[in-house]
Design a protein around this ligand. Sequence first.
Ligand SMILES: Cc1ncc(COP(=O)(O)O)c(C=O)c1O
Length: 407
Amino acid sequence: MKENIPFSPPYIDSDVIDEVKDALTSGWITTGPKVKQLEDEISKLTGIENVLCLNSATSGLMLTLKWFGVGAGDEVIIPAYTYCATALAVYHVGAKPVIVDVRDDFNIDPGVIRKAITKNTKAIIPVDIAGWPADYNAINSIVEKKDVNCLFKPDSEEQKRLGRILIISDAAHSLGAKYKGKPVGQTADITVFSLHAVKNVTSAEGGAICMNLPGEFDNTELYNLMRLMSLNGQTKDAFTKTKAGGWRYDIVLPGFKMNMPDVCAAIGLAQMRKYKNQLLSDRKRIAELYFESFQKYEWAQLPNLELENSITSYHIFPLRIKAINENARDLIINEITKHSVAVNVHFIPLPMLSIFKKMDYKIDDFPIAYDNYSREISLPIYPQLTNDQIKYIIKAVVSSYSKIIND
Ligand SMILES: Cc1ncc(COP(=O)(O)O)c(C=O)c1O
């Protein structure tokens, strides 16, 4: 029987609808109690006390860079293999994204980070591609090195207090993942999750910042400050102002408008309550079925799911085909599409996109990113998929591979 399989529909069940209805009929639809409850749920999952929800992960990255005083003349190191948002957040605060190559596991190569560090480097943003955590031990130890520390020239109060390069984890994909036994959220100074519509947990659009700064900082104070920065710098949020007698406010800093509405938080809240035990386990079921089924094909290169106490969040299933070029990969995708299975490519490396070409980046300087990209096909992975549908997808991939490569 022919199936029609979309790539990544959102998970909307009656609990999500009830929670949204509750927000809609509560008399309050923007930032308020639902956002706080969602922050608490993410807090429980990550073990990080201070979690701030915003309107996107891009906002979270920008807000973090702004808070740290990153701006014109500064550099931020990012991987070539990511979505543009990682780079654009850097660009929008006026700093320069310094793009480096990745490893075979799709994530930033700690070996090349050291060479990219200059006296202008203020932050590094590793990205947990597909939900697989970057190598945080290696990255954290680079910024602690004496010769690297000597280069660090702090400008802002926050930079002086930290006294080293800030590590911001772009964890847009890795909510619920673990790095060497530690939940993502605890692996970097600041971790930013995305709750965008295609993510493991969604609020339609949204993001969450986990604050995990070392002892020199008070993370609760930082939460309050970032919340203020996300709400125009206004001393009272709109919810508090609706209370009788609560009208007077002040604007104490030039903030942004990056807050998450309650009506959006409600979607994420209902999903978060069943994330660990249901939605994430369902993703695991699918990833394992793919893994077992493709293992017998010598042409299939499979992603890391669990290794050395690190566990993916099963956000993307990035299958790579051995010994093919970009053109053959594209033909295989066209063939898969004929079976009405929607697949994707994560990601087109930044140096292949016009805006970064204009910044003089050339894909030839990023051979691993290009190799990963040219052979990659992201397969559908979401809780609603049945085992029969997964088997249908596998069949479609295998027959498409055979048709293109063996014909
Ligand atoms: C790796 C990565 N970083 C950042 C983002 C930005 O997330 P958001 O859309 O929530 O701003 C995405 C979104 O797809 C992403 O894939």
